[in-house]
Design a protein around this ligand. Structure first.
Ligand code: IPE
Ligand code: IPE
Ligand code: MG
Length: 247
C-alpha cells in the first residue's frame, strides 16, 4: 500500500496547491450495470465502492470539502422501484459506514431538501451529522434531493419573507448575501468539478457556486472511478490557469 505522499508524487501533484473543494457528479451507474446485463440498482450498489475510495483518497490528501451529487430533484422521475432502491441504499450506506467515516475524522453534511425523504433516511442522516459534527477532517457534503433551481428558489423565498417583514432592505441584498441563503452558505465555492459517465452537463448541480470552477469530465462510469482517477483530475486542475475574469 502506497502512502498518500508517494501517490501524490506519481501524479506530480503540488501539495501546496490542492483544490480546497472538489464537487463530483457521480454519473454512469445505470450504464455500468447495463453493460454487464445487471439491473441498474446493482450499478448503484457498485457505486458505493467508488465512493469509499474517493472519500478515502480525498481525506488522505487534505482536501477540505467534497460535494457529492447523490440524488437530484429530477431523479424522482425515475421508476418508483429505482427510487426506493436508492433510498434503501442510502440508509444501508449510512448505517454501515458512518462509524468508519467518524474514525477517519470525516464530517458529514448534506445539501438539498431532505424533508421529502423517507423518515428512516432522514433519521440516519440526522444521526450521521450529529455524530460527526465536531470532526475537523474532510467535510463530505452529500447532495440529496438537491437541485440548484430549487435551492435558489428556496433562498429567494426566505429573502422575500424578510423583506416583507421589514427585517431587510432590498438595497442590502448583494451577491455574498444571496450566497448566505443557499444550502452551501458555510462552504467555499468548488475549485474543481468532476463529472463521470461521459455526459457534459451540470444537470442542475451547484449552478451558482460553479461560476468560476474548473470543469473536468471523464468517460469512466462512476463504479469504475477510483482514487487514482481523482489524483489525475487534481493534477490536470493544477495545470489550468484560473483568471476569474482578470488577465
Ligand atoms: C448516477 O448514475 C446515480 C444517480 C443519478 C442516482 P445514473 O443512475 O444516472 O446512471 P446512468 O447515467 O443511467 O448510467
Ligand atoms: C445527475 O445525473 C444526478 C446525479 C448524479 C445524482 P443524472 O443521470 O440524473 O443526470 P441527467 O439526467 O443525465 O442529466
Ligand atoms: Mg445518469
Amino acid at each position: 500500500m502506497m502512502t498518500s505522499n508517494e501517490r501524490l508524487g506519481d501524479f506530480n501533484i503540488n501539495k501546496e496547491e490542492l483544490p480546497k473543494h472538489i464537487a463530483i457528479i457521480m454519473d454512469g451507474n445505470g450504464r455500468w450495470a447495463k453493460k454487464r446485463n445487471l439491473p441498474r440498482t446493482l450499478g448503484h450498489r457498485s457505486g458505493i465502492n467508488a465512493l469509499r475510495d474517493i472519500i478515502k483518497t480525498a481525506s488522505n490528501i487534505d482536501v477540505n470539502h467534497l460535494s457529492l451529487y447523490a440524488f437530484s430533484t429530477e431523479n424522482w422521475k425515475r421508476p418508483q422501484q429505482e427510487v426506493t432502491a436508492l433510498m434503501k441504499l442510502l440508509i444501508e450506506y449510512l448505517k454501515k459506514e458512518v462509524k468508519e467515516l467518524h474514525k477517519n475524522n470525516v464530517r458529514i453534511n448534506t445539501i438539498g431538501d431532505i424533508t421529502k425523504f423517507p423518515p428512516e433516511a432522514q433519521e440516519e442522516i440526522h444521526q450521521a451529522k450529529e455524530l460527526t459534527k465536531n470532526n475537523m477532517g474532510l467535510t463530505v457534503n452529500i447532495a440529496l434531493n438537491y437541485g440548484s433551481r430549487d435551492e435558489i428558489t428556496r433562498g429567494v423565498k426566505d429573502i422575500c419573507r424578510k423583506v416583507a417583514n421589514k427585517e431587510l432592505c432590498i438595497e442590502d441584498i448583494n451577491e455574498s448575501f444571496i450566497a448566505e441563503y443557499l444550502d452551501t452558505y458555510n462552504i467555499p465555492d468548488p475549485d474543481l468539478l468532476i463529472r463521470t459517465g461521459g455526459e457534459y452537463r451540470l444537470s442542475n448541480f451547484l449552478m451558482w457556486q460553479l461560476a468560476y470552477t474548473e470543469l473536468w469530465f471523464a468517460d469512466t462510469y462512476w463504479p469504475d472511478f477510483n482514487g487514482e482517477d481523482l489524483l489525475k483530475a487534481i493534477s490536470d486542475f493544477q495545470n489550468r490557469q484560473r483568471r476569474f475574469g482578470a488577465i
